[in-house]
Design a protein around this ligand. Structure first.
Ligand SMILES: *[C@@H]1O[C@H](CO)[C@@H](O)[C@H](O)[C@H]1NC(C)=O
Ligand SMILES: *[C@@H]1O[C@H](CO)[C@@H](O)[C@H](O)[C@H]1NC(C)=O
Length: 339
């Protein structure tokens, strides 16, 4: 659905909340405090948004996001950290160039980063009638498998997809693999997390087992949570728009007709897309928001300007070249294709 029609629908009163907001880039760094705490460099590069207390190690017992003094997110109550892998373009001469990120519709001026959603029901359901329980301090999760290189492995994770943007409002179709043709306005990577929590664990060893998908149907069809994971939580979704426009010349694409983009973990299929989340909302701000009838723009929260969001930045921990035409992707991951 297009945002213009979403805005029109929003005139009818929702029962509870769906929020959509932008967060600028905090840092692009080879760290991963969820999967590889304490490790710098971690195996692959990430692009990270949110509170500036981000660090190589984030002790869940310490509410580190609460120590942030600024956040790259639009709502100052949100000092969570959110991250994904980084996309590279591979030139015919075998060198790699990091693909920049462009702002989403409505967020002009945002430097890098993502659009984040918390929803009670599907995106196009403006009434948002379901009740959800907000995540708790110390909560973390991961969706997707950085090592997946087949559709079969990727299908374990529902709704981790790509949209080939014909223009900035394109939303369909979504694919599980990286688009195989140039996308005129960029490639949007969509990451949706599971929505059923076990109600007990803030995290688990694989950062996933405390979460589950609905027992039947989908989140969008309001499928019930399974008995093992009975607590509905907000649907968290990330959209990252990889600005591939400068790489769309077919004469610079691989001569064998394949597509030239490779994720920072060496994945050229797209099936390895993944997203990480470290909850860090202040006090009960997220629960309060989810319980307040509002759609997209929620006045219960404090909104900072995009210029202020852009100002919140931290230095990279791992000092390495990530911006030249590089002979190898940082960390030299094995590339899933022989070019
Ligand atoms: C990360 O932690 C180290 C060690 O505690 C500290 O020196 C450093 O300032 C922290 N970095 C940030 C960005 O907070
Ligand atoms: C490799 O190709 C890219 C893209 O065409 C170009 O910008 C870069 O200078 C080339 N590097 C070398 C070492 O030829």
């Amino acid at each position: 659905m297009q945002l213009t029609s979403l805005a029109a629908l929003a005139l009818a009163a929702p029962a509870s909340a769906l929020i959509r907001f932008s967060c600028s880039q905090l840092v692009v760094d080879r760290i991963d405090p969820l999967v590889n705490p304490g490790m710098a460099p971690s195996p692959h590069l990430h692009q990270i948004i949110g509170g500036n207390s981000l660090n190589v190690t984030m002790d869940p017992a310490k509410d580190m996001p609460g120590e942030s003094t600024c956040t790259t997110c639009q709502f100052t109550e949100d000092t969570s950290n959110y991250w994904t892998a980084v996309l590279f373009f591979r030139a015919r001469n075998g060198t790699y160039k990091r693909v920049p990120i462009r702002p989403n519709v409505g967020f002009d001026g945002a430097e890098g980063g993502m659009t984040v959603y918390y929803m009670q029901n599907g995106l196009s359901d403006y009434q948002q009638r379901s009740k959800v329980t907000a995540f708790k301090p110390g909560f973390r999760m991961l969706v997707g498998d950085a090592m997946a290189r087949t559709a079969e492995k990727a299908n374990k994770y529902k709704q981790v997809t790509y949209t080939c943007l014909q223009d900035m409002t394109t939303r369909f179709p979504e694919t599980k693999n990286l688009p195989n043709k140039p996308c005129p306005a960029g490639i949007m990577a969509n990451i949706r997390f599971p929505t059923c929590w076990d109600g007990k664990n803030l995290d688990t060893v694989d950062h996933m087992s405390h979460m589950a998908y609905p027992a039947s149907g989908t989140f969008d069809s309001q499928g019930p949570c399974p008995e093992s994971h009975p607590v509905p939580v907000p649907q968290l979704m990330y959209e990252t728009i990889w600005d591939t426009r400068q790489f769309n010349d077919p004469n610079e694409w691989p001569e064998d007709g394949s597509q030239p983009f490779v994720w920072s973990m060496g994945d050229h299929t797209g099936y390895g897309s993944h997203g990480d989340y470290l909850f860090g909302w202040k006090g009960d701000a997220l629960q309060r928001t989810m319980d307040t009838p509002c759609y997209v723009t929620c006045p219960t929260l404090t909104t900072q300007s995009i210029a202020n969001q852009n100002k919140c930045k931290i230095d990279r921990t791992v000092k390495e070249d990530i911006d030249s035409w590089l002979p190898e992707i940082p960390g030299s991951p094995q590339i899933s294709k022989k070019f």
